[in-house]
Write a protein that binds this ligand. Sequence first.
Ligand code: C2E
Ligand code: CA
Ligand code: CA
Ligand code: CA
Length: 279
Amino acid sequence: AKSATGSGIRFFESSMQRAVELRATLEQQLRHALPNNELHLHFQLQVDNRRNIIGAEILLRWLNANHGVVSPADFIPLAENTGLILPIGQWVLETACAQLQRWQQDASTSHLHLAVNVSARQFRQENFADQVKEMMNRFNINPALLKLELTESLVLIDVEDTIQKMHSLKELGVKFSMDDFGTGYSSLSYLKRLPLDQIKIDQSFVRDIVSDKSDAVLVQTIIDMSRNFGLEVIAEGVETDQQLEILQRNGCHAFQGYLFGKPVTLDEFEDLLGQLPGK
Ligand code: C2E
Ligand code: CA
Ligand code: CA
Ligand code: CA
């Protein structure tokens, strides 16, 4: 670049360059994250209307030697682009199944479900349904306790293929949740064709539900529509009692967010279970 373009541009270019370099090192290190045991799973509890814990969403964490905890928002796209999401996604699913198997053996935890985020590349694999089927058999778990979270953008890549895959997974008994609902371009016409069990209201709508009238109307509409389709509705990102109160008044079935608990390690999550009333 010409120096005549000024320091603003030069600064921009060098920070761009740093970003590109950081990306390259992260990508290099991500290749070793799984074999080096740098990936961890956190559990964020989900509750019903009576605040009983009904399960958890599993969320990836990458503890990198140089960068500390790298957010999944930063490394999932990288993992998608490189294809590393395939072994990583498989590992997340296996770990979820192994955990469900353990919980299944104790009457006090056998009702708990686990929600797993499925990336587009992972879902698009031709043998994805077979992989899940193999895990159901290997771990011998109640498939209804495994909830796969799909996003609208994943669905839209190939709606026909998505519907077909979802049906073969539904035959196994697995559940589906539509993650980040409202942020994408879902149209009602295909929504009704997808064999969904749950709609997950995105946290961006929950955030301003108390102050922003249009967000409140939108959330109300999503809940009414979902209920009319016979779907369960969960809200994510619930942080305040006020938000919870509005969501409950509007007929939301389940809740997830800092108000109830941040994502925590398995040990911490199981401590929370121990604190359930009646335990
Ligand atoms: P997501 O699926 O929408 O997950 C919810 C995100 O919101 C999580 O961020 C969670 O920590 C955060 N969150 C939960 N409750 C609250 C709250 O009350 N307030 C606020 N402000 N935030 C809250 P996280 O863990 O950083 O995950 C970010 C995204 O990374 C996830 O968004 C998901 O798209 C992706 N991700 C995480 N784990 C996996 C995984 O195992 N596989 C795939 N494919 N993607 C994953
Ligand atoms: Ca999710
Ligand atoms: Ca979400
Ligand atoms: Ca989100």
